[in-house]
Design a protein around this ligand. Structure first.
Ligand SMILES: Cc1cc2nc3c(=O)[nH]c(=O)nc-3n(C[C@H](O)[C@H](O)[C@H](O)COP(=O)(O)OP(=O)(O)OC[C@H]3O[C@@H](n4cnc5c(N)ncnc54)[C@H](O)[C@@H]3O)c2cc1C
Length: 298
């Protein structure tokens, strides 16, 4: 089912979950076991990332098929267009259609780190080009796009970043998932600005539960997210007093509080970056149900 139709018919807040395809096949059974356990969170949909460097694109397809057909999740498949071609995009989308998958998240992706990429002959330059192409040649797919609560690292200004986001949606995207943020005001500011540009599609905030200081540092350096100094200080304090387990506990508690505020202040749902772990997300969802921010399962 198309995600926008699901969201339209839904009156209550929801969660969705993001996975990445494990690189090695030997890791797949354990991964599918984790994904299966996360059915208890009753996600509105799950999404599966797509490796821009080329290494995991086939994995994305196979893992997506399994999530959709075997585990019964409404599945959103990420698709990047950097270094890709129309032919390759067509083949990928045709395989998704054969698997009964109807939703993609259209992204530009990034050239491999350290590589200076010549865009001059590129068939797709920006995510907006991919949105237009898919809407035109594969109209049966529903298309979502990414947006950034703070400006994307390459954008010239806040204003231009918002304008390009607006253009992607006007090109035919019907929902948005945001890059992770820790300060909920950044999300509501993004929503307000896109609304003021006439964009009224669902904008789903991305939430990353912090599980370790090391992975947090890596993520921040990759995506350029802002981290409130107070939170970073709290996590360091937790580490000094109780080590990695205490960081995980503090990170999980922060994520519960962040999701609660997002949902109670009007976000349609929360998109949890699971990092392919089950316990933390199950706990977050349980706590959100307990405080009434998410509906209890029927
Ligand atoms: C929810 C989410 C999921 C993601 N999943 C993946 C994934 O699975 N695989 C992966 O490799 N990466 C993923 N990414 C990362 C993403 O690929 C990078 O952030 C990438 O740098 C930008 O992708 P985009 O689709 O936002 O690009 P775009 O929308 O094309 O924007 C890229 C930059 O170009 C600017 N821009 C856009 N349009 C124009 C225009 N017409 N003219 C001039 N400038 C323009 C924007 O302001 C921005 O600075 C994800 C990001 C998010 C937020």
């Amino acid at each position: 089912m198309k995600i926008s139709n699901k969201l339209k018919s839904r009156q209550q807040p929801f969660c969705s979950l993001e996975f990445f395809p494990p690189r090695e096949r030997e890791q797949w059974p354990a991964f599918f076991d984790i994904a299966g356990r996360l059915r208890a969170a009753a996600p509105e949909f799950v999404s599966i990332t797509y490796g821009a460097g080329g290494s995991t694109q086939d994995n994305t397809l196979e893992v997506a098929r399994h999530l959709h057909s075997e585990l019964g999740f409404e599945t959103l498949v990420h698709l990047t267009c950097v270094k890709s071609s129309r032919e390759k995009i067509d083949a990928f989308l045709n395989s998704l259609a054969d698997a009964g998958i109807e939703n993609i998240l259209a992204l530009r992706g990034d050239p491999p780190r350290g590589e200076s990429y010549d865009w001059s002959g590129a068939e797709f330059r920006y995510a907006g080009d991919l949105v237009r192409y898919v809407r035109d040649k594969h109209p049966n797919f529903e298309v979502g796009v990414a947006a950034y609560p703070y400006p994307h690292p390459e954008s010239g200004s806040f204003q231009s970043d918002r304008r390009y986001t607006q253009q992607k949606i006007q090109a035919g995207a019907s929902f948005v998932i945001t890059q992770l943020m820790f300060d909920v005001r950044e999300y509501f500011d993004l929503v307000e600005r896109l609304n003021s540009l006439g964009i009224m599609v669902p904008i789903i905030p991305g939430v990353l539960p912090v599980l370790s200081l090391e992975s947090l540092r890596r993520t921040l350096s990759m995506c350029g997210a802002n981290m409130p100094g107070k939170l970073y200080f709290q996590l360091e304090e937790a580490h000094n007093q109780g080590g990695p387990e205490a960081v995980k506990e503090a990170g999980t508690r922060f994520a519960v509080e962040q999701c609660r505020k997002l949902l109670e202040w009007g976000a349609p749902g929360v998109h949890l970056y699971t990092l392919n772990r089950a316990e933390t997300c199950l706990r977050i969802v349980d706590e959100l149900r307990a405080c009434g921010a998410l509906p209890k399962p029927e």
